[in-house]
Structures are given as structure tokens and as C-alpha cells.
Design a protein around this ligand. Structure first.
Ligand SMILES: CC(C)(COP(=O)(O)OP(=O)(O)OC[C@H]1O[C@@H](n2cnc3c(N)ncnc32)[C@H](O)[C@@H]1OP(=O)(O)O)[C@@H](O)C(=O)NCCC(=O)NCCS
Length: 147
């Protein structure tokens, strides 16, 4: 497995992966994904195995010096092999280099695997946003100090 930066030609595959990873209303549209990736304060990393994309992460630096994880997606057949961990490692390293204080993210109330994944990395539940997602699901806000 190797990590590399995003390339324009990846966009449709990332959208397919995101659609498979999340229910409708939680997954992003192609246009939303494109806008997040293109944002000047965003960074995206692609996990690749033998030329095929198996996961990705998009993070954004906010004006309040937070690293906001927009999404992290690993294809189902590649989970529990350290891909998510490698993507979070590289994003958090970037956040530290950028001197960001805190990494934050939202995760759906019923996404227990993701909550376990973040908890293992030291993220704590910081807040709750009622009906955060377009499908009505609420979200936990989780975060971890980067410095
Ligand atoms: C959450 C996600 C990114 C984790 O990616 P991954 O590559 O499977 O994670 P890793 O293999 O690096 O897991 C690292 C550790 O996190 C924890 N973890 C990961 N998945 C877990 C699960 N399903 N249940 C419990 N703990 C889990 C474990 O402690 C794991 O270490 P171990 O396998 O040695 O026990 C992946 O499940 C995913 O893409 N899910 C769908 C999309 C999603 O929900 N993204 C998060 C949005 S908020």
C-alpha cells in the first residue's frame, strides 16, 4: 500500500467509494467532493494498492486552526489492515506541520466502527449535533489535540 496526493482523474472513483461507504444523505455528491478537494485549505491523500485506489482522506485547515477531517473512506474489503490508520497518520502529521491545535470530525451516531477507530487513536467525544446529516441522522463531534 502506498499513499499519494490526489489527481484530477481520481474524482469519479472517490465518489464511487464514498457512495459505497455511507448511506444516502451521509455520502457526498460528486460536486460536494470536488468542492472539498479543490478548496484552497484542503489536503487529500489517496491510498493505493497495485495501482487501484483502496481508500482516501480529505482534511481541511480552518481559520480557527483546526484540522477538520471531511471524510475518510476505506473500501470494505481493505478494512482492518491499517489503511485508515496510515491515512490518519499522514493527515495528523500535516496538521502538526501546519501548527494546527486540534483535529476534529463528525461521525454519525450509529457509526460505531468509526467511533471505535477514532477512539483507538485518542479522539474523544466533544459534542453532539442533532440532525447533522441530510438523512436526519445526528452526529458526534470527536476531537484530539495535535500539539
Ligand atoms: C473507519 C474506517 C476508515 C477505518 O479504516 P480501517 O482501514 O479499517 O482501519 P484500521 O485497519 O487502520 O484500524 C485501526 C484500528 O481502529 C480500530 N477499528 C477499526 N475498525 C474497527 C471496527 N470496525 N470495529 C472496532 N474497531 C475498529 C481497531 O482498533 C483497529 O486496529 P486493529 O484492527 O488492530 O484492532 C473504515 O472502517 C471505513 O472506511 N468505514 C466506512 C467509512 C466511515 O465510516 N468513515 C468514517 C467517517 S466518520
Amino acid at each position: 500500500m502506498m499513499l499519494r496526493p490526489f489527481r484530477r482523474a481520481d474524482l469519479n472513483i472517490l465518489h464511487e467509494i464514498d457512495t459505497a461507504c455511507f448511506p444516502p444523505g451521509v455520502s457526498y455528491s460528486l460536486e460536494e467532493l470536488e468542492a472539498f478537494i479543490a478548496h484552497r485549505n484542503s489536503r487529500s491523500w489517496i491510498a493505493e494498492e497495485e495501482g487501484a485506489i483502496i481508500g482516501f482522506l480529505i482534511a481541511q485547515r480552518t481559520p480557527a486552526r483546526l484540522m477538520h477531517v471531511i471524510t475518510i473512506d476505506v473500501k470494505e474489503m481493505w478494512r482492518r489492515r491499517g489503511v485508515g490508520q496510515a491515512l490518519m497518520d499522514v493527515a495528523e502529521e500535516w496538521g502538526r506541520r501546519e501548527e494546527l491545535k486540534l483535529a476534529t470530525l463528525e461521525t454519525a451516531e450509529d457509526n460505531h466502527p468509526a467511533q471505535a477507530f477514532y477512539r483507538k487513536r485518542g479522539y474523544k467525544k466533544l459534542g453532539w449535533v442533532e440532525h447533522y446529516y441530510a438523512n436526519g441522522a445526528s452526529a458526534w463531534v470527536m476531537g484530539k489535540r495535535l500539539r
